[in-house]
Design a binder for this molecule. Sequence first.
Ligand code: AGP
Length: 616
Amino acid sequence: MCGIVGYVGSRDSIEVLLEGLARLEYRGYDSAGVAVVADGSIDMRKRGGKLSVLRESLDADVLPESGTGVGHTRWATHGGPTDENAHPHLGDDGKLALIHNGIIENFGELRAELESAGEAFESETDTEAAALMLGRIYRETGDLTLAMRRLVARLEGQFTLLATHADHPQLVVGADHNSPLLIGFGEGENFLGSDVNAFVKYTKKAEALGNNQIVTITPDSVNVTDFDGNVVTDNKTFEISWDAAASEKGGWSSFMAKEISEGPEAVENTVRSRIKDGLVRLDESEMFSADVLSQIDRIVIVACGTASYSAMVGKYAIETWTKLPVEVELAHEFRYREPAVTQNTLVISISQSGETMDTKMAVQYAKQLGARTLAICNTQGSTIPRESDAVLYLHAGPEVAVASTKAYLAQVVGQFLFGLHLAEVLGTMSDGDIREITDALLALPEQLRQTLETGKEVRELAHWMSDTRSVLFLGRHVGYPVALEGALKLKEISYIHAEGFAGGELKHGPIALIEPGQVVFVVVPSSRTQPTMHSKIVSNIQEIKARGARIIAVAEEGDAAVMPYADVVLRYGTTNPMLAGVLAVVPLHLFALELATAKGLDVDQPRNLAKSVTVE
Ligand code: AGP
């Protein structure tokens, strides 16, 4: 959950590290620090609080110029977000600096061993045990790469580590175990980072380290070995497909606002190049063959948070189109039970970051159980696609705000593409039926643009509601996961109580929550294409209205039936019923953004959260 950056070259490393940390801050923003190697010593600065606090300190009191350094932005696990607990941590009497992402599970044991050997700890972190241990091993070997190899043999848990030493003014060593680390290749300079954001401003050429590998970078060389010291040459280098500007805020008030506005493009870029002559054509080099696909008899989709709600929307469509049973399971629940999975089960993982530990573990578990695995993922070079048998990349572009918005849209349409492809292979849909859906898919970007125009109305609503303490969300069919997503967004960034329910569940309990003035968002299915469900939800609306609720209906254009009961109606465009979950979510994303803004909260960096949850 932390962000890591390392640099060797001829630029001022502080500038490179701060630039990288600013782009990685979404991974953790409790505290930050940098260390550089200059004039035969390590100079370090670290501060609790956001990166801006570190910046101010560095502006007030500059560190010496240096071409070698490491930087870290933290999401605290062991020890609170204080100056002492911030990374880097020092070893070898202050001559070595180490930063870490992950958790060292046996740190208590290591700490006891180090303390009895006379080492003094300055922090409560697990990381400091690794730094002190690395320092001791280094003293025996004088070789930082070898010392790192010996250190990782002593560590349990999951980690990315970067270290630099005063004896080696142009060298950074990294190691990864179940935690991401990427190399950025430059001319006369090289970079390391938790993801490509760390160095995209300087180079587009990247490579992800495989699991259990060690990398040593100097300005002119990059050497990768496994934990046993065997040279690794088969990691795949790739070109970063977006520009540094794509992960900048531009003129927007927040990344979340910018990313909501990029929803139409995210859908367009994911869909357009994959539809040829009205049918879905997926890249064969990355996708399963038709032979393999025709053996699939069941699909399980694993994901967490917003990605899991996108999966619930996907399930309705894939099951309808392919006639295969589709289940959605939270990745962390799937991982710790005994699911009935065979070699004919396809386990699809959905992840924006491709690094969510729970989802990654579920994929590994599915493979162990013999299932085939497909990753639907937005981040190139990330771990989950690399560990899966096949991959469908989304093209939403980088998503920086902790609250996922445009990636949700891309995740849903990514599943639609796969569902239609599979339906064609299995022969469960005619070409004509597929074309009807692909036409609707191609129309989505423009419809999304129109839905975004509800922004002003939603802003007024949010201002009116800025003191509201609880909001309920109700939906049926694909509107149900949309309701769950609306509630999650509100919890995440507005810190108010919010719950999503299936409309049919109302009388089984949640209606007891309704009291006069309670605000309820109701996601209304189409009266044209889903008349029965539509009339059921109109009954739900009447029931809660009768008990004094204030109704905000999210309804299809032209739906007049909700008007007499709703206090406010927000509209989405007419589409296929399976696709409505793409359009109807937009007013809810906008509402969460506007309410948090009206409450004066930091929408991009909500408390206690980080963008990529890379620990279990
Ligand atoms: C979304 O707003 C959340 N921040 C969170 O639920 C997120 O969707 C979840 O952690 C999964 O992340 P992933 O898509 O990167 O795997």
